[in-house]
Design a binder for this molecule. Structure first.
Ligand code: 1HE
Length: 259
C-alpha cells in the first residue's frame, strides 16, 4: 500500500494514514486504498482505529489533484468519498479515531465519519474550504454539522476559525481529550472495550442510531422496539444476560473505575 498502513493487533485493526510528506492529504488513489482497507478490517477485526503518521492527522483533500478535475469528475469524486466514509459510519465495525495536529477539511470529514474520536492536545480543527474557493465534499455538511451544530460550522467555514481540542470537545467534535502522544493508545484501549461487546449490539448501535436520528421521533421509537427485541432474543444476549444473573459477568463500573 502507498498511502496507508494496516496492522491487525488482536481483534483491533490499526489503519494509519501514511502520506506524511503531504500531511496525509487525500487523493483519489488514497480513497481507493482506504476502501480496500475498510473491507479487510471488516473481515478480520472486531473494531478499528484510524490514526495519522507524521506531524498531523490529515490535511484534507489533495489540493494539487483537485485543481485538475472537471466539474462532473468533481461530483463523482465527492460521491466516492461519501460512499467510502459511509462504509465506516454505517458499516460492520466500530471505528475509533486517534487525532493529533491538523484535522482539517476532508480530514475533519473523515474524522466525523468515525464513531469515537480521541484527540491529543496538539490537535486543531478547521474547515478552510472557504479560503480555498471550494466547499466541503466529503460529508461535513451532514456529519460534522450534526456533531457541532450549524452555527459553529458556518462560523468555521466563513471565518476560517481554527479550534483547539478543548473547544472541539465542548463542541462535540471529539469525545476524549488526552495528553500529547497519548491518543493512539487511548483509542486502542477504547476499541478493545467495544470489541468485547456483542457484535449484534455494536452493529445496531452503529447502524440504527444515525438512522433513527434522521427519523420522526414516533418512527424512531417504533424502529427501536424491533431492534431491541431482535438483539435481546439473540443467542449472544441470552448468554450474556445469564452470565450476569449468575454473577459471572462484571457490574457496571463507577466513573473512573476500571470497567
Ligand atoms: C498539501 C496539502 C493538501 C499540505 N493538499 N498538498 N486542506 C487545506 O487547505 C490544508 C492545507 N494544508 C495546510 O494548511 C498545512 O499543510 C497544514 C497546517 C496541514 C500543515 O502545515 P505544515 O507546516 O506541517 O506542512 P506544510 O509545509 O504546509 O506541508 C508539507 C507539504 O504538504 C507541502 O508540500 P511541499 O511540496 O511544499 O513539501 C504542502 O503543499 C503539502 N500539503 N496540505 C496537497 N491539502 C472532499 S472535499 C474536502 C475539501 C478540503 O479538504 S479543503 C481543505 C484542504
Amino acid at each position: 500500500m502507498d498511502y496507508l498502513t494496516y496492522e491487525l493487533r488482536g481483534e483491533i485493526a490499526l489503519v494509519g494514514l501514511n502520506r506524511p510528506e503531504k500531511r496525509n492529504a487525500i487523493s483519489d488513489a488514497f480513497i481507493e486504498e482506504l476502501a480496500v482497507v475498510i473491507r479487510r478490517a471488516e473481515a478480520e477485526a472486531k473494531a478499528a482505529v484510524i490514526f495519522g503518521h507524521g506531524p498531523h492527522f490529515c490535511a484534507g483533500l489533495d489540493l494539487a489533484e483537485h485543481v485538475k478535475k472537471t466539474p462532473f469528475e468533481g461530483v463523482h469524486g465527492s460521491r466516492r468519498w461519501h460512499e467510502v466514509f459511509g462504509w465506516i459510519q454505517k458499516g460492520k465495525l466500530p471505528w475509533f479515531g486517534a487525532l493529533h495536529g491538523a484535522v482539517v477539511g476532508g480530514g475533519l470529514e473523515l474524522a466525523s465519519s468515525l464513531h469515537v474520536r480521541v484527540a491529543d492536545s496538539t490537535a486543531f480543527f478547521a474547515l478552510p474550504e472557504g479560503q480555498r474557493g471550494i466547499f466541503v465534499g466529503g460529508g461535513a455538511s451532514v456529519r460534522s454539522a450534526r456533531l457541532m451544530g450549524l452555527a459553529r460550522m458556518t462560523d468555521m467555514m466563513l471565518t476560517g476559525r481554527s479550534v483547539d481540542v478543548d473547544t472541539a470537545e465542548r463542541w462535540n467534535l471529539v469525545q476524549y481529550v488526552v495528553g500529547e502522544g497519548e491518543a493512539l493508545q487511548t483509542a486502542i484501549a477504547l476499541a478493545e472495550k467495544a470489541a468485547s461487546n456483542a457484535e449484534i449490539s455494536n452493529y445496531a448501535i452503529i447502524n440504527a442510531l444515525p438512522r433513527i436520528q434522521d427519523m420522526a421521533s414516533d418512527d424512531g421509537l417504533f424502529v427501536e422496539s424491533f431492534i431491541a427485541s431482535f438483539t435481546a432474543t439473540s443467542p449472544e444476549a441470552e448468554e450474556r444476560l445469564q452470565a450476569f444473573l449468575q454473577k459471572k459477568a462484571g457490574k457496571v463500573a463507577r466513573p473512573g473505575e476500571a470497567g
